[in-house]
Design a protein around this ligand. Structure first.
Ligand SMILES: Cc1ncc(COP(=O)(O)O)c(C=O)c1O
Length: 373
């Protein structure tokens, strides 16, 4: 069996977790390994980053931070993970679903078209670790703040600027499916220092505990709305190993991705499909390899064929505007590219510990399928 994903495994993660327990004696949030990971992220991004319990919670924190409330409209792609929309709905806001381009990123013209006086924010999702067109989006959003859902995008950039630094804030994920991870984890980056202070309070259950720990107040108390969003130092210890090895991990992913593209781009195109690829000015982190097939029936046949060969090649996203819960928020209009991707896209196994021999099998079986089409 060749799975779709295996969490990155370097081998020294358990020792680091033991260090958190035995050496540091600190396993709650805010410990030495959390600080280490935040310092790494801040260096990499050039702005502060707060470690949190998941990408989902980073998005929830972003919605809290921007005071998303009842009746607010938040424009976002329908082609995304449910957490992008849940973060807004949990605050009483309404997701306004927009269509995407052929590579799964929100269309700037859609943002322009759907913006109203009730629009509180625009959430852009960098699908597959390929940047959205941030230049066109900044102009389409006008003065409306942009939140980046960069869950898949650590290490990627647009015109040389790291993703996660364009919006007022950005959410990253360290779920086991991501390029680096710790099982469940995430980070929120915040551009504005006034918002950063508030984000820290909100991450600490709405208390000023951080100021208390720094000796700035003599007791800590409830000062704002918040929740328990700090990542345990056990998870941070695990994550710190993978962040240190980020360049090596990316190097391997890039090699795997390039090998897939070299072998499959032309044969897939010959049969009317295409691969998800970065647009102009985009340096990708190669989070995933997506094939968009010519028709839903072809995609479904491919997934079934590969499953028979013991290879898992899953679809990506049931469009939110067509989902049982998301339908209620939508105006009923078609989102043609979202619907195309939702029914025609699947992903190939791509993870750090994927062996060359296994990748060769995946490529071989895919070519076999294409030749028989
Ligand atoms: C686009 C997107 N947003 C949000 C999330 C949620 O991240 P997490 O799984 O860390 O909660 C994911 C993770 O799969 C994602 O891909």
């Amino acid at each position: 069996m060749i799975p779709f994903n295996k969490p990155v495994w370097l081998g020294t993660e358990p020792q680091r977790m033991t260090d958190a327990i035995r050496t540091n004696g600190h396993v709650a949030g805010g410990g030495p390994f959390s600080q280490q990971c935040e310092a790494w992220l801040s260096r990499h991004l050039g702005q502060p980053a707060l470690l949190v319990t998941s990408g989902t919670h980073a998005l929830e924190l972003a919605a809290l931070l921007l005071d998303v409330g009842h009746g607010d409209e938040i424009i976002m792609p329908s082609f995304t993970f449910v957490s992008t929309a849940n973060a807004v709905v949990l605050r009483g806001g309404r997701p306004v679903f927009a269509d995407v381009d052929a590579n799964g990123n929100i269309e700037p013209t859609e943002v322009d078209r759907r913006r109203t006086s009730r629009t509180k924010a625009v959430v852009v999702v960098h699908y597959a670790g390929n940047s959205c067109d941030m230049r066109a989006l900044a102009s389409a959003a006008a003065s409306v703040p942009i939140i980046e859902d960069a869950a898949q995008a650590l290490g990627a950039s647009f015109e040389g600027q790291p993703l996660g630094t364009f919006g007022v804030c950005a959410a990253f994920s360290f779920h086991e499916t991501k390029n680096v991870g710790c099982g469940e984890g995430g980070a929120l980056t915040v551009r504005d220092s006034a918002l950063l202070d508030r984000a820290m309070v909100m991450r600490d259950k709405g208390t000023n505990r951080r100021r208390f720990m720094a000796g700035l107040v003599d007791k800590y108390t409830w000062v704002d709305v918040g929740s328990s969003y700090a990542l345990s130092d056990l998870n941070a210890a695990y994550l710190s190993v993978q962040l240190e090895a980020f360049a090596k991990i990316q190097h391997r992913r890039d090699a795997l991705h390039h090998a897939y593209v070299a072998a499959l781009r032309a044969p897939v195109a010959d049969k009317g499909g295409y691969l998800i690829e970065p647009g102009p000015g985009v340096s990708s982190n190669h989070h995933l390899l997506g094939i968009v097939w010519s028709a839903p029936a072809v995609r479904d046949r491919f997934i079934a064929y590969m499953r028979d060969c013991q290879i898992i090649t899953p679809f990506h996203y049931v469009a939110l505007h067509e989902s049982p819960f998301g339908r209620a928020f939508h105006d009923g209009g078609p989102l043609p590219m979202t619907e195309r991707l939702s029914t025609c896209l699947c992903r190939l196994p791509l993870f750090y510990n994927l062996a060359d021999a296994d990748q060769d099998v995946v490529v071989g079986r895919t070519l076999e399928f294409l030749n028989a089409l």
